[in-house]
Design a binder for this molecule. Sequence first.
Ligand code: GTP
Ligand code: SPV
Ligand code: MN
Length: 595
Amino acid sequence: MSRYPTTNKKLIDWVNKMARLCAPDEIVWIDGSEVQKRRIEEEAVSIGELIRLNQKSLPGCFLHRTAPNDVARTEHLTFICTKKKRDAGPANNWMSPALAYRKAKAIFKGAMKGKTMYVIPFSMGPVGSPFSKVGVELTDSRYVVLNMLIMTKINEQVLRHLEKEDEFTKCLHAKAQLDIDKRLILHFPEDNTIWSVGSGYGGNVLLGKKCLSLRIASFIAKKEQWLAEHMLVMGIEEPNGHIGYIAAAFPSACGKTNLAMLVPPQGLKKKGYRIWTVGDDIAWMRVDSDGALWAINPEAGFFGVAPGTNSQTNPNMVETIKKNTIYTNVLLKPDQTVWWEGADGEVPERGIDWQGRPWKPGLKDQNGLPVKGAHPNSRFTTPITNCPTASFRLEQHHGVPISAIIFGGRRAHLAPLVYEAFNWQHGIFMGATIASELTAAQVGKLGQVRRDPMAMFPFCGYNMADYFRHWLKMGEKMIKPPKIFHVNWFRTDKMGEFLWPGYGENLRVLEWVLERCSNKVEAIHTPIGYIPGPADIDMTGLKLPSGVFEKLFAVDRDDWIEELKDIKKFFKQFKKDLPCQLWQEYEGLLKRLKS
Ligand code: GTP
Ligand code: SPV
Ligand code: MN
């Protein structure tokens, strides 16, 4: 038998070339088998890369700790390496391909000495679907291998596909010294290549996720006329059996996972709604022959935020992560189970924190600040098939038809609970002007508001001005484009308390969204878009304090005029490249606000 499970010469040559650079002791091809997975788990446990959790209460579950300086995506070390700087655009860090390869080569050189290089052929999306893309990741991390086994499709079919078609995304990863000064996350869209070195954190190293499925895929999607988006996809089944599917883009740690598998609140339960989860982070969408927009989730698992996950906020996720789950940077309890801030049950009396240090409640650091048991960006990796609400259409090659597109963010002030765009072009302006407060999902200043168009600011693999133009053009390709909405679950009162209870209650808003899509309900015209009338959101079983509903939907003209100044500044950085339609929308909004 050949040394390789493939005859794809391009693949074999590339693996050998990268092996010469990284100098591993051996090369192991990952085949997706249970036997091989078990062996890698054993090895990871024996060298301390994973901790086996209590197999009675958490069968097939493990804990992993990353280096303390390696706990979130490092956007300042993430680059788009196109030949021309203009093609990366002002919203991306850019490096010339020649310099990027040279810099990274110096770090990759010999980085796998004494280690194994794993070769992971994977598919994003069902193999053979017109949506799907194949990649191959080379890595020296068993943690990456085991996560990729959950997050992507790895099996015989992928290799068979590579026999017929030799195009694939070349993904190279090495932990190297895990030194932040020698860390680079490089994308070469023109070469269909990703190089990531010096990190062991999810978003930096599970290269099928943000790197391939958003940055590289968005670049391909523009060329091939489809959309690769930072969106959840969910179906809402009405009692008559009709399922309305929505796609929603919120920035990192702003509620996609939670919305994608919500449980209908008490008051709406009797209506008999049922939720179907298609995806919680990424959507690939195409216009099909019927002129409608269809979406798939290219991922096979969730890489979800742990803190705040409990039976009240997200009972479906609590169920999902009971087995075959890898926990990262959470607290280890004495009974070998796990805990995080906002988990179910009592706060444990003691445990081992995410940095491997003894922990107890009330612990303070040198500055007198509380020490968290779990890192705020601690996460779990878990198969979507574990999820009680997993859609029955996950394997369908054409995906699901999208009725509504929703944009949103974390805005303590300004943005109402929900408003609807007047039309597609206005909706693109709405998406292009999303702003949100920074969260623990990225290294940076927590709470600071930044503009995050379509929640893609850190993930667009090309010039965002061209990206906006692409969105505008996609609207023209559809016979009946989805309606576009904006939501904000995070508006607060003067005390900083959330005005809206969120989570399952968000279904009340989605109900209005779907009713708007099927023209079942009227709306009120405001300068920023349509909002629901006071009786149009079903509030059965939910009592908001008096005046709160009005606060949730208030549109403050002065605040919006102020906001437009920031939008103008943001748009201006794209200079002449920004589509004129967005300036038209800007002027239109300003005029409506001033009239
Ligand atoms: P990424 O995986 O980083 O892309 O994030 P995500 O958008 O999937 O965010 P996720 O659903 O994991 O939510 C992140 C945080 O927001 C968690 O701490 C949640 O508890 C909180 N959250 C989610 N939905 C709501 C909501 O409706 N209201 C409020 N107040 N908080 C929410
Ligand atoms: C995000 O930050 O948007 C995530 C987690 O979904 S990561 O995969 O790390 O990017
Ligand atoms: Mn995300």
